[in-house]
Design a protein around this ligand. Structure first.
Ligand SMILES: O=C(O)CCC(=O)C(=O)O
Length: 293
């Protein structure tokens, strides 16, 4: 008998305690295969140099160039109006499973949600790793500043939806609630054995939600297929730091022209509402980047 999905309370408690929580087998069967087919097509197009919005090696943080000659590790802007597989990616982003889980995690209603980022993390062309980091707190922030930022309420959800088995993400459980220890602060940014670290092992169809300020890194094997949908969704009323974290990825320049009216059922209305709430945050033209490489 299939087990019942974890309750919103259980998911929220685990995310709060550990800084991450996995929903096993959230997607399967023909639906997962449809997402995989779209991901393969978008990856092929990007590797061939026919999609300008990519994450290029060896750069960790945006902005990235359009040059594929050193290889790529991500495909950006899956909901961009020019993305041929845009509709299928939108059907995964605005999927009722995602909306129900995220409104549960953020204790909000669908009408509070804001469209944010939707990218895909892929097998790099060469082995490659990210430095230990928190997404929106730079490493030079002193402990008191880190603690203050980490106490701020969660106004967004961030997830990895693995379309193939994926063991690339490494986290330090619980580190989203405290300043870095002296060891973590002074460690080699590429330390392979951080005390307490956990390699997050996901199967195809699993969705992992994580606090983006947990201490984490990515370690990528160029031989292991990876197509992991990497998304964020916010709730309206977020502050400037959140706007910067989202808009630094360049979404402000095209989000207004994205079309969601062709989505099935009530997904279209939900998507348009979320798009409108993003537009209310501005274009991001005057915002700086969160972190530099
Ligand atoms: O590969 C991953 O899952 C993590 C990516 C990451 O840490 C980042 O984009 O900042």
């Amino acid at each position: 008998m299939p087990s019942s999905p974890p309750s919103a309370d259980a998911l929220r408690a685990a995310l709060d305690r550990d800084g991450f929580v996995c929903i096993p087998h959230a997607f399967s069967g023909p639906e997962l295969e449809k997402f995989q087919a779209a991901a393969r097509a978008a990856t092929e197009q990007a590797r061939a140099g026919n999609w300008p919005y990519i994450r290029t090696l060896p750069k960790q943080f945006p902005p990235w160039s359009h040059d594929v000659s050193n290889g790529i590790w991500g495909v950006q802007h899956l909901l961009h109006p020019d993305m041929p597989e845009r509709k299928t990616f939108a059907e995964s982003y605005f999927h009722p499973t995602m909306l129900d889980t995220i409104t549960g995690l953020l204790s909000c209603e669908r009408d509070d949600l804001v469209l944010e980022l939707y990218n895909m993390l892929i097998r790099p062309d060469k082995d490659f790793a990210l430095r230990w980091h928190r997404d929106d707190i730079p490493p030079d922030v002193p402990a008191a500043g880190e603690e203050a930022r980490l106490r701020e309420p969660m106004l967004h959800a961030q997830w990895n939806l693995a379309l193939f088995d994926d063991a690339s993400l490494v986290v330090v459980p619980g580190s989203h609630k405290r300043a870095r220890t002296d060891m973590e602060r002074n460690a080699d940014p590429f330390e392979d054995d951080m005390p307490g670290q956990k390699i997050v092992k996901m199967s195809a169809g699993d969705v992992l939600f994580y606090n983006n300020n947990i201490l984490h890194r990515g370690v990528y094997d160029s031989q292991a297929e990876r197509m992991t949908l990497h998304g964020t969704m916010g709730i309206s009323g977020a502050d400037t730091a959140r706007a910067r974290n989202i808009l630094q990825h360049g979404i402000g320049s095209w989000a207004a022209s994205a079309t969601f009216t062709d989505l099935p059922g009530d997904m279209a209305a939900v998507a348009v509402g979320m798009q409108n709430r993003l537009m209310a945050m501005g274009s991001g033209a005057d915002l700086e980047y969160s972190q530099a490489d």
